[in-house]
Structures are given as C-alpha cells and as structure tokens.
Ligand binder design. Structure first.
Ligand SMILES: [Zn+2]
Length: 433
C-alpha cells in the first residue's frame, strides 16, 4: 500500500492535517499545533503539581474548606468543554495571592487569595478562569511554543557551604519564597480566552457572572495595597484594564440576566470561617515574606514571632520561621521550628527537606541523610534531593555511595553550582577526567 493511501485510511484525519500537525481546537476554534495528548497532560500534571503544592506549604488541612472548593469546582468543571478531565480543587497554605492550574486539571487557590474573596461567585470566577486554561489547553500550547518556564532544580546553594560549612549561603533557597518556578506564565491572549470560558462556565453552573468582574476589581485594588503578595499572580496571569472592561461588558449584555442572580455570600463566609480566623497570623506572615524578599531577616523574624504568638501551630508560620533562622545563620534555632512543623503536618515534605539542610549545617550528616530519604519517599523526583543525599554521604566519608549519587545528579542536571560541586568531587576522586 502506498503511504498516501494508508494516511487516508486513518479515521477522521485528512492527510493534510496529519502532515502539517495542525488541528482546530474544538474549544477555542483556533488552529493550533497538536502538541500533547490528554494522557501526557495528565502525566505532566501528576509529575509536577505535587512539588508546587509542597512549595506552597502543602494542601490545607482544613477539610471543610477543601470540600467547599471541590464542590464549587465540580459544578463548573462538569459544565466545561472537557468535563472528563481528572479535576481537583484545593486550598494550599501559601500566603501570596494566586490560583493556578496544571494541565491535567489539578487546580489550587492559595489561602492568601481565599482570604481576599468575599463570596462564592468570586470564587467561581477564580476557579472558572483556571478551568478555562485547562479547557483551552494553554499549558500544552505554551510548551509547544517553547515559552513554558523550564522546570529547573530549586537551588539550595549548598555548594557555597564549602567555604563556610557550618551555615551555607541560603540566598538561593530564600529566593524561592512564593516560588512558582513550575507555573505556566500565560499570555494576554490566553487570559482573554480563560476569562471568556470561565464566565461561560459560571453562567452554565448557576453563578452570577458579576463575581468575575468583582474578582478583577478586587485584584487590581489589592495590587496597589500589597504589590509584593500579588507579584506572582500578575506574572502568571497578566492583568489589564481591557480584561476588566470586557468582563464588565459581557456581564451587562450577553449575561445580563444571569447577573441578576443572588450572590452566595453566606456560604462562602461559613466555609472559610476557620481560614478567616487566622487572618491576623496570615497578615503578619505576609509582612514577614515581604521583609524576607528584601533580606530584612530581623524584621521578618519579628513579624513571624507575632504570627506564631497568634497561631503557634500554623505550619506555614513554623516553616517560614525555620527558613528565617536558617537565613540568620542560626540552624540550632531553626531546628525546633522545623521539628514542630513536621509534627503539626506529618507527610508535608518541605519541612522535612529544610530539616535535612539544617542537620547538614549542624554537621550531623547521618540524620540529614535520613531526612532526605524521607523527603524522597514523600515527594520523589526532585534532583536536589539526590544532590543533598550525595552531599550527606560525602560528609560521612562514604565515598562510593556519594559518588553514585553525584553521578545520578549529573545525569539530571549539568549546570549550576551544585553540578560543578558534584563534578569537582568526582574529579578529585579520580572518577571522571
Ligand atoms: Zn490566567
């Protein structure tokens, strides 16, 4: 059979479309490059979203809040163009103001943004917009265009610890506060599409589309009051006056009738009661994070003391204080905060990781290694862990085992100070040229 004949036998696929790799996206109606299939989107999501959740201090342990988000999210996603995606909707413990979606449908809102919202329709606007990104397959499109931020190893700057082995320079680590290295950064065009789809899903699921307008107004207002906390929101979701204007217009014309629906304020207030009770602690932590970003560690420490006086068992507060003590080069002081963090949220990986680093700084490599092994069981796939295991083994003078881990690390990452360190150790041992 000729190749051309064979191509025509493929159901529903003209040879032209097949050869050019082009298709019309059923949701957006645009011609797009066919980049990844649904299975691949889900696989990417499963691989990366757990790391982002952990960077955001884990999924909230407030069951009522998560159930509420899941309920509202499900109403919207079941009426979307891709109702069969494995969606999940969760609150994460980060204080910065943002929400995000991974390509398989893992959607999260930070407690920072949930604290700002005032009713269910605003929440529906927020989640609807993220569902819009999943439906228009913006993540896959970013990747095909090569504009997706490279998934990079989160630098811990441990190699610099060589010069001052007791502490180590943690600038790299603190640079990740509010992180977002794994998040897609969308274009203005993507934002327009996600807004339009989000509003469509809101209306279909019985919400008042005015919630989306209010959400945008609120974010614009807040960005003037707390620019630091909204930085990531606006870099991942570019905001514009035009977006707000379009939403207003749409709510007033196309969706005028739905804009008269009653607003779900009480339900929102009831479901977020526990979170809102933490407001004073969260606000102190936001001030601490702003100070940390400026390397004003003493100021950060003061705010965190207030935050912890108000909410002593808040996981985020404890981890932030641990990081601040590490930045102040006081691993001894950092340790009890991280131990407490591990106790209040067993299974959340970030405190385990940081606790391993403090143990390295305290020159207790056996304990450090145990922490990194525990971390890897909780959250596999972070190249840093491989490096830190190698570093611990190296400190324990277990050269063979250390070399194996350094080799594994170099297979994953070739650049940066850690890679240089790994290479120089292997070279010193005569294992590479
Ligand atoms: Zn967006």
């Amino acid at each position: 059979m000729l190749r051309r004949d064979f191509l025509w036998l493929l159901p529903g696929l003209g040879a032209g479309a097949w050869l050019s790799g082009c298709a019309t996206d059923p949701v957006t109606g645009r011609k797009t490059l066919v980049m990844m299939g649904k299975e691949q989107e889900i696989a990417l999501d499963r691989q990366h979203s757990p790391h982002q959740f952990s960077e955001d201090y884990g999924v909230s342990q407030d069951g009522r809040l998560n159930d509420y988000l899941a309920g509202v999210g499900r109403q919207l996603s079941s009426r979307s163009h891709r109702p069969d995606m494995p969606y999940s909707f969760r609150a994460v413990n980060a204080n910065y103001v943002n929400a995000y979606a991974f390509p398989g449908g893992s959607i999260a809102a930070t407690r920072g943004i949930l604290l700002e919202l005032e009713d269910e329709d605003q929440l529906a606007g927020l989640l609807g917009h993220e569902i819009g990104h999943v439906n228009a397959r913006h993540f896959a499109e970013r990747q095909a265009k090569g504009t997706l931020v490279q998934i990079v190893a989160l630098g811990v700057g441990i190699a610099a610890a060589e010069k001052n082995p007791a502490y180590g320079e943690l600038a790299g680590l603190l640079g990740n506060l509010g992180g977002g290295a794994l998040l897609a950064h969308y274009s203005r065009e993507d934002e327009r599409e996600a807004d339009a789809l989000g509003m469509e899903y809101m209306v279909r699921s019985g919400h008042n589309p005015q919630g989306m307008v209010d959400l945008m107004e609120l974010l614009n207002r807040e960005s003037k009051r707390k620019p630091n906390a909204l930085e990531l929101m606006f870099s991942t979701h570019p905001m514009s006056a035009e977006r707000l204007e379009t939403a207003r217009q749409r709510a007033a014309t196309q969706y005028a009738e739905a804009s008269r629906r009653p607003r779900g304020r009480e339900r929102y207030m009831d479901s977020t009661a526990r979170l809102r009770a933490l407001r004073p602690a969260i606000q102190e932590q936001q001030k601490a994070e702003a100070a940390l970003a400026k390397k004003a560690f003493d100021t950060a420490e003061q705010h965190l003391r207030s935050a912890l006086a108000f909410a002593p068992d808040d996981y985020t507060g404890l981890v932030l204080m641990g990081k601040t003590q590490m930045a102040l080069k006081r691993p001894q002081e950092a340790e009890p905060y991280l131990m407490r963090a591990k106790a209040v949220y067993p299974g959340e990986a970030q405190a385990v990781h940081l606790s391993g680093i403090t143990k390295l700084q305290l020159r207790r490599p056996e304990e450090a290694l145990a922490e990194f092994q525990a971390y890897e069981r909780l959250l596999p796939g972070n190249p840093n862990t491989t490096f830190l295991k190698a570093y611990s083994l190296d400190m324990m003078q277990r050269r063979e085992a250390a070399a194996q881990e350094y080799f594994r690390y170099l297979q994953m990452t070739r650049q940066g100070p850690q890679a240089q360190h790994a290479y120089s150790r292997l070279k010193a041992w005569g294992m590479v040229k």
